[in-house]
Unconditional design. Structure first.
Length: 131
């Protein structure tokens, strides 16, 4: 992927997003290709499987999409969560869902999971709580 000359808007990112099988995020106007590791994918897959079982057990109106884009409440950003639970009853209020699998409203998302990587030998938990 070539370096960007100018920041990209979220709307331009949605129009640009290629169907090449790769994952991309928009972080403050900069397009970033996401390259998860095998272990990262195993952990995210395990969590999605366990959460799906619980959703079915409790007969909740939730779904876990294979992929979607979350639009946070900040300009020119959007990211792909590792695991996200969506409230199917709230999807009708998401104007970008049908066209681009994009979620804008927190009410639609009961849970979002970001799997941390141990790239420095110290987990994110340890960095936060200094233990």
């Amino acid at each position: 992927m070539k370096a960007q000359a100018n920041p990209m808007s979220f709307e331009a990112f949605l129009e640009w997003y290629p169907e090449d099988g790769k994952w991309y995020e928009l972080i403050e106007g900069v397009v970033v290709e996401v390259l998860p590791t095998g272990n990262h994918e195993l952990i995210a897959g395990f969590l999605a499987e366990e959460l799906t079982l619980e959703i079915r057990r409790q007969n909740l109106p939730y779904t876990i999409p294979r992929s979607c884009l979350l639009k946070p409440d900040r300009p020119d950003s959007g990211y792909q969560p590792d695991v996200v639970i969506l409230d199917k009853t709230a999807l009708v209020n998401e104007p970008l869902w049908q066209k681009s699998s994009t979620i804008q409203f927190g009410k639609t998302v009961p849970l979002v999971v970001a799997v941390g990587e141990r790239t420095t030998g110290v987990s994110w938990r340890c960095q936060c709580c200094k233990t």
